[in-house]
Ligand binder design. Structure first.
Ligand SMILES: Nc1nc2c(ncn2[C@@H]2O[C@H](COP(=O)(O)OP(=O)(O)O)[C@@H](O)[C@H]2O)c(=O)[nH]1
Ligand SMILES: [Mg+2]
Length: 285
């Protein structure tokens, strides 16, 4: 993106290039037009003629779009243990992978962690978590394939309390007969958690796949209008040089971005840092 700002003039040609770049980077039409509108207004007001003068403003404009994520505290509250995190999202976005990565992430921070295999529809999801437990010494709570997910969650909470775990991370299924059933089941799980522990779930993280671009926005709308989603985790950012979806999500929804997944390895995961993200965006684009 830097190269655009090397253009000698802030003229229509430069704006057109910028617009194309934002659109091809998955910012989506709404966020792109909003950004260009604010940017042009600023240039006019300040009478800027040199594009280099505008780059700092442009960076801040992008950063301001991520202010909800910047302000969100994604850390664990020590007064709310076991700190219960519910992971939701559609099939294939990377939920089970996120559960393993989050558990490992918190373990390296010194927390005792348990994960619950709430996706009882797919044996692969249960196996994936069981392998994690063996490899990284993390407790995994599971019941046989086909068990009622709400009962898995109920028993997992009891067990995490009994074992005095700091954190319980709950995996869920993403594919049911239809969206209505999926949402209903997640709402039931949410109620069960809340009955067991009045302040929980302490986080409901919605997992979104960066690779599917604007479809993520629609998914986020459906989930967040039916469940009290507290944050999002954007996966597969390694598979796309397009990170603009992050701005699109930030522009359309008030869900903070808490973590990002950047690959298949358990360590390909980090908390979301909006300043670093905007900087990297300027370096790669
Ligand atoms: N490249 C890449 N692949 C990922 C990432 N997160 C998950 N995956 C892959 O996406 C696929 C689906 O992941 P899974 O966790 O099973 O999704 P779920 O159906 O939502 O539980 C698997 O092949 C994962 O290895 C990521 O950050 N980067
Ligand atoms: Mg899964």
């Amino acid at each position: 993106m830097n190269s655009i700002f090397y253009a000698p003039k802030l003229d229509e040609k430069m704006f057109k290039e910028l617009k194309n770049l934002l659109l091809s980077s998955d910012f989506g039409i709404t966020a792109t037009e909003k950004i260009l509108h604010i940017f042009k207004k600023h240039i006019k007001r300040k009478n800027l003629i040199n594009s280099k003068q505008a780059i700092t403003y442009f960076k801040n404009l992008l950063l301001n779009m991520l202010v909800v994520s910047k302000d969100k505290n994604c850390s664990i509250s020590k007064t709310k243990m076991p700190f219960i995190i519910l992971i939701i999202g559609v099939n294939g976005v990377g939920k089970t992978t996120v559960v393993t990565k989050l558990a490992y992430y918190y373990k390296t921070l010194g927390y005792s962690t348990m994960v619950a295999a709430g996706d009882t529809y797919r044996s692969a999801a249960i196996d994936q978590l069981t392998d994690l437990g063996v490899l990284h010494d993390i407790s995994v709570f599971s019941k046989p394939l086909g068990s009622d997910p709400a009962s898995v969650v109920f028993d997992a909470i009891k067990e995490s309390i009994k074992q005095k775990k700091n954190i319980l991370i709950i995996d869920t299924a993403g594919r049911l007969h239809n969206k209505y059933h999926l949402i209903q089941e997640l709402q039931k799980i949410n109620r069960v958690i809340n009955k067991c522990h009045p302040t929980a779930p302490h986080e409901i993280f919605l997992v979104l796949d960066a690779g599917i671009g604007q479809n993520s926005i629609e998914q986020a709308r459906v989930f967040s209008s039916n469940l009290p989603v507290t944050g999002s985790i954007i996966t597969k950012l390694d598979g796309t040089a397009k990170g603009g979806i992050i701005f699109s999500i930030a522009n359309e929804l008030t869900i903070p971005i808490c973590f990002v997944g950047t690959g298949d390895k358990i360590t390909d995961f980090s908390s979301f840092d909006s300043t670093k993200f905007v900087d990297s965006f300027f370096n790669i684009s």
